[in-house]
Structure formats: C-alpha cells, structure tokens
Design a protein around this ligand. Sequence first.
Ligand code: GLP
Length: 243
Amino acid sequence: MKIIRAKNYDDLSRKAANIISAQVILKPDSVLGLATGSSPIGTYRQLVDWYNKGDIDFSEAKTVNLDEYRGLPKTDPQSYDYFMREHFFDHVNIRPENIHLPDGMAECPDSECTQYDNIVKSLGGVDLQLLGCGRNGHIGFNEPSDFFAKGTHVVDLAESTIEANKRFFTSADDVPRQAYSMGIQTIMLARRILIIISGEDKAEAVKQGFFGPITPQVPASILQLHPDVSLIADEAALSLCSL
Ligand code: GLP
C-alpha cells in the first residue's frame, strides 16, 4: 500500500485527479469505478478543469459507480445518479451509454444486483477504483458487518451513516434506509484502487482501516490485502497515525 500525504483537501484532490488523469491518458478506454460523497467533489472539479483545458479526454472511458440509494429516482437531487451528473458527467465528454450506476428504483432488487454485477463483468472489471471512506470505515455502502459481502447487494444503512449523511437531506428521516452497493469482492478485483480520505473526523477510520486488523467490522481494512492500493490522506486524516 502506498500512502500519499496531502497538505489539505485541495492538495488531496489534485493528487487524486492526477492519478485518474494518468490512468485515462495511458488507457483511454479505462473502466473507472467512481464514488460519491464530499470526498471526491474536489477531484471531479479538477478533472473537469483539465478537461476544459483540453488536457484529458473521456470519450472512450467507461464508468461504474459504487452505490446508489434504494428508492430515490435519478431526478432526485440526493440520488447518486444526480450527484454524478452535477459534479462530473455533465461537464465532460463521457458517453451516456458508458455510464453505469445501480438503479435505485429497480422493481426487483435481486435482479438489479445480478444485472449490475454482470455489467461490471461484461466491461472486463474495473481498471481504477476511486473510493471514499465512511467514519465507520465503510467503503461504497459496505457497512461494518460480520462478513465481507461479495457482489452487489442491498444494504441496511448503519445509524451512524444515516447520521453522517443527513447533512445532504432536510432531516435524518428523509435519508433512505437502504442502498445498493458494489460488493467487497468486486472492489478488491479492481486492478488499482485509489482511496481518498480527508478531515479529522476520519482519523480513527484511517487508523483502524490501514493500521489495524483486517476485519469486516472495518470494511476498508480489507484494502490492506490489495496489491495496488494508494491511500491519499490529508494531515488531519493521518493525525492518529505515526508515519
Ligand atoms: C457515503 C458513500 C461512500 C462515501 C462515504 C463517505 O455514504 N456511500 O461512497 O465514500 O459515505 O462520504 P464523505 O466523502 O461525504 O465523507
């Protein structure tokens, strides 16, 4: 595991965008696994900026997102589909047919999960997976659990995640209780993983996830077993780790 120390959120965002940009330049038809949340917003902003300057071309790239709230339509501003369009897809030349997210409104959750796994497989797997990390160590929406989930599945969101994500909604009551999430096996099969973590409130998750035992109670800890994972964290997120 490579640990890349960033001065702050802006520095972290530039470093992450540099890695994604290099991936797409080296392999224009890369399959990018993408994440939502506040962590990657600066990364997407930087990529859009470089796209506008003509430095990066997404016309052949394909994307698969990690997760989506169950029960929110794409038109809901809190859906991850909406988030991705707002922060990234609408501002670059990714072809709509190359964009994939779980459908939060799917009628049959089981077949939606199977179908999503099949999409990832049919694309040949993920070349570079971008991840954020929850305060409880979740990745995607893989919450602390007694086991690591393999493929795409429906998750009951942890109270702490509902609490953490309520800032995006009118109240905690409006946060969906379930979500679709790519499984840990799919994430671990990505050829490269880039995880970005910012802020003091994530310091414990960094300590437990990257310097503690590997356990499904801290889902990010499984990343310690991946052969090509880069953690970009700012000073605040690394404050509990003596490096
Ligand atoms: C959300 C998302 C994750 C994200 C995490 C951290 O619930 N499902 O993919 O990485 O929580 O979010 P943030 O970056 O806003 O702290």
